[in-house]
Design a protein around this ligand. Structure first.
Ligand code: UDP
Length: 363
C-alpha cells in the first residue's frame, strides 16, 4: 500500500478525551494510531481542549454541536454562532492541498454538504444509523455523487438507510494489547457507556435489582435528570457508579466483571463497549437490536434477548455459565484487532483514491 497524507476530522460535539463524543473518540484514535504505525502521515482536527498523549491534534475553537441523537426526525439542521464544526471545516479548506484524503468522523450535515466544494476527496465514516430526514438525504446525495465514500460499521446500521447497498461496511477494531484477558471474574455485572436515554441503562439497573447481583456502571453522565430519575426509581438496586474512566482503568475493572449488559433503545451502530468487553474476555448480554446482532455469538460469547425485556436479561444472566470467556477474547482477536481494522481502512482509502474523479482528472 502507498503511504498517504491524511487529515482526520473529529466530531464537533465534544473535545477528544471528554467522553462527549462517545465511541467516535476511541474509533478515531485507534484508526489514527494504526495509520501512523503503518507509515502514513496524519493530522487530527478536533475541538479546542482535545487531548492525546501520542497523536498530532490541531485544536480549533468554537461552539460545540448538538448531538444528532437528541433531535427529532424532522428537525432542521442547527449550527450555532461561531460553530466549531464550521471552523474545523474552514481550516480543512485552507490546508486541503497538503493532504491526499480527508476522513470525516462527524455525523453532521455540513461536511457532507461541503464534499463537492473540496478539491481533496473526503471519506465519511458514518457512526450511527438513520436519525433525521435531513441527514439521510445528504448522506444519500454524497453516496450517489461520490460512490464508495460512505463508510459504516455494520450491516444492520446500513440497513436503517434506504441506500444500504451504497455503504461500505468497515466493522471496527481495537488495540487489543491495551486490554487484558481475565479468566477469573468476580460475580458482579457491568454496564458501560454514555448515560443517556437511548442507552436504556434503567433496564440493566432493574435486572440487577431482580437478580440481586451487583452492577458496576462506567461512563459519562450525559443526561443528568435522566440519571437522577433512575436513582430515585431504584433506590435499593445493587448498583455502583464508577465514573468515566480512561481506557487502561476501564479495561482493568471491566475484565473483572461476569458479563456486560448492553440495553440500547435505538439501533446502536456497532458499540465499542461490546468489542472492549470481548477483548477482556467478558461475555455480552444484549438486546437483539442493531450492531449487537452482528457481534454476539449466541450461547458462546453472549446472549441476545428480546429488546426491552428485563425478564430476558434476567434469564440470560442465569445462563452465563454456558458462555466461554476464552472464546470472547478469541473473537476480538480474529475480527476486531487493530491490524484487521487497519487493513479494511487502508483498502477503503485506496479504493476512494483510485476512483476519485478529481485525481483522475489531474493525472
Ligand atoms: N468509555 C470510556 N470510559 C468509561 C466508559 C466508556 O472511555 O468509563 C468509552 C468506551 O471506551 C467507548 C465509548 O465510551 O469507546 C462509548 O462508545 P460506544 O460506541 O459504546 O457508544 P456511543 O457513545 O458512541 O453511542
Amino acid at each position: 500500500m502507498p503511504n498517504y497524507n491524511l487529515l482526520f476530522m473529529s466530531t464537533p460535539i465534544g473535545a477528544l478525551g471528554s467522553g462527549l463524543g462517545g465511541g467516535v473518540e476511541l474509533t478515531l484514535s485507534n484508526i489514527a494510531q494504526e495509520m501512523l504505525r503503518r507509515g502514513n502521515k496524519l493530522e487530527i482536527v478536533a475541538p479546542f481542549g482535545s487531548v492525546s498523549s501520542s497523536l498530532p491534534i490541531r485544536e480549533i475553537p468554537g461552539e460545540l454541536q448538538i448531538p444528532a441523537q437528541n433531535q427529532n426526525r424532522t428537525e432542521p439542521i442547527f449550527i450555532p454562532k461561531n460553530s466549531v464544526l464550521a471552523n474545523m471545516w474552514d481550516y480543512a479548506r485552507q490546508v486541503q492541498a497538503n493532504y491526499d484524503l480527508i476522513v470525516n468522523f462527524a455525523y453532521d450535515w455540513l461536511p457532507l454538504y461541503l464534499t463537492p466544494f473540496f478539491n481533496t476527496p473526503i471519506a465519511h465514516l458514518i457512526s450511527m444509523g438513520s436519525l433525521t430526514d435531513t441527514m439521510d438525504h445528504i448522506i444519500e446525495q454524497v453516496a450517489n455523487h461520490f460512490p464508495g465514500t460512505i463508510g459504516v460499521h455494520g450491516k444492520t446500521q446500513a440497513a436503517t438507510f434506504t441506500f444500504a447497498d451504497k455503504c461500505r461496511c468497515l466493522v471496527n477494531g481495537m488495540d487489543l494489547s491495551l486490554y487484558q484477558f481475565c479468566s477469573q471474574p468476580g460475580s458482579h455485572l457491568a454496564w458501560v457507556g454514555r448515560i443517556a436515554p437511548e442507552k436504556g441503562i434503567e433496564d440493566a439497573v432493574a435486572a440487577a435489582k431482580i437478580t440481586g447481583i451487583p452492577l458496576k456502571i462506567f461512563g459519562l453522565i450525559q443526561d443528568v435528570p435522566y440519571w437522577e430519575k433512575i436513582c430515585q426509581d431504584y433506590p435499593d438496586a445493587p448498583i455502583e457508579y464508577r465514573g468515566f474512566l480512561p481506557t487502561h482503568e476501564l479495561q482493568q475493572e471491566l475484565g473483572q466483571c461476569r458479563a456486560l449488559l448492553v440495553t440500547p433503545r435505538w439501533i446502536e451502530a456497532y458499540p465499542n463497549v461490546a468489542l472492549e468487553a470481548l477483548a477482556c474476555g467478558v461475555p455480552l448480554i444484549s438486546y437483539r437490536r442493531g450492531g449487537l446482532t452482528e457481534i454476539v455469538q449466541e450461547g458462546k460469547t453472549g446472549f441476545l434477548v428480546e429488546p426491552d425485556s428485563v425478564q430476558g436479561l434476567v434469564e440470560a444472566i442465569h445462563r452465563l455459565d454456558e458462555t466461554d470467556r476464552q472464546a470472547c477474547r478469541q473473537q476480538a482477536e480474529t475480527t476486531y484487532s487493530v491490524s484487521a481494522m487497519g487493513d479494511r481502512m487502508e483498502q477503503w482509502f485506496e479504493d476512494i483514491l483510485t476512483h476519485s474523479p478529481k485525481l483522475k482528472a489531474q493525472a
